[in-house]
Design a protein around this ligand. Sequence first.
Ligand code: GUN
Ligand code: ZN
Length: 443
Amino acid sequence: SSVSCAAIRGRAVTFRANPFEVPPSESLLVEDDALIVMKDGRISAFGPYDATRVVLPEGVVPVHYKDCLISAGFIDTHVHYPQLPVIAAWGEQLLEWLESYVFPAEAAFADEAVARDTAKRFLAELMRCGTTTAAVYCTSHPQSVDAFFEAAERLGARMIAGKVLMDRNAPDALRDTVQRGYDESSALIDRWHGKSRQLYAVTPRFAITSTPEQLEAAGDLLRRDASLFMQTHLAENLNEVETVRRLFPDRRSYLDVYDHAGLVRPRSVFGHAIHVDEAELCRCHETGAALSHCPSSNLFLGSGAFRLFDALDSKRPVRVGLGSDVGAGTSLSQLRTMGEAYKVAQMTGRRLHVAQALWLATAGAARSLELDDRIGVIAPGMEADLCVLDPQATPLLQYRASRCESIEDLLFALTILGDDRCIRATWVGGACVHHLERDGGES
Ligand code: GUN
Ligand code: ZN
């Protein structure tokens, strides 16, 4: 038949509220024995197994994930697929790391075969990590964008991506021009934005590698369509911030460089934002722009500690999601990223509750991207993107899980001890795209 239907059963955990607005434990919606029915790519029913089984269509047998936790698929709000080959590159901080490792690696994406291979491997890794949506930087080569969207479309995953714009302070092989960057982005928007589940992000790399004219051109592209995304980097590293100050002496702040060009709006996603001031946070709040917190990257490059609770201050909360920022980030696993976010919060003297961490990787991330009407929670009508977590995946987790007395404690142990080994299965648009066989169980 033309109607595709599937169902899964297990303990489900999702959100009924924002854990930064209500007590974190009260934000969670936990269904100990849930049935989730998926039809034509969406969740058609979600509730207690006994009450919900009556709506199961004839012949649909639920996949039962015993002892597992079913969550909405993870969302990675900042990641670079062409940097997969240079993950774990030794020694440098941001600007030198870009020169030494990133630009040479990205130059290889002039070759469409490299782009296709890497895109395929990257998406397979995301699925292995339970990440079902990501905001992805490609390279300045338009073929790197085609390769990525083609692979994402084949998979059926909702992805956001864009061609990197860079018209200065980068190697010849990676530089575009204002006109070329505009024309290539424009053609990619026409080809991909809104095609199946794919969404386009206008992607100026950062203020150092774009002239003011190129940033203006990016603003022109965005003004054509309010549903477009914008992604860039903001105030990640102190040397970077100082360089931006020198390049844009007339602007009040780093964010103002982007604001002046019309790049600060809903569906704008600023990576890092470690070294920002109160005025910049206020401006993000009032415009609906989002920040992507990338803790594993910030630790790896020694960039600094993002002040998450300042950003989320209830007197002017800024939208925030979690990002892996691979290749500066050290893992594509959002479980790992949540664990690193906890540690960075500790360094700023704040306690990140696991419900808050999970929210930043699911419902909060979806909100930050204005995709919360489609993804980020388990509920009827939402797109059927789910991941299944296995708290028994490693001997140490199994041991630690046996001492857990609450769902919060179990989830927390997963974020500190877990990674891709704990992703039992990943479902995208109602289809299983990844699953791990549980081994015989070590003693
Ligand atoms: N700033 C400008 N480009 C990049 C990049 O590729 N990665 C990170 N982490 N920061 C950047
Ligand atoms: Zn980045």
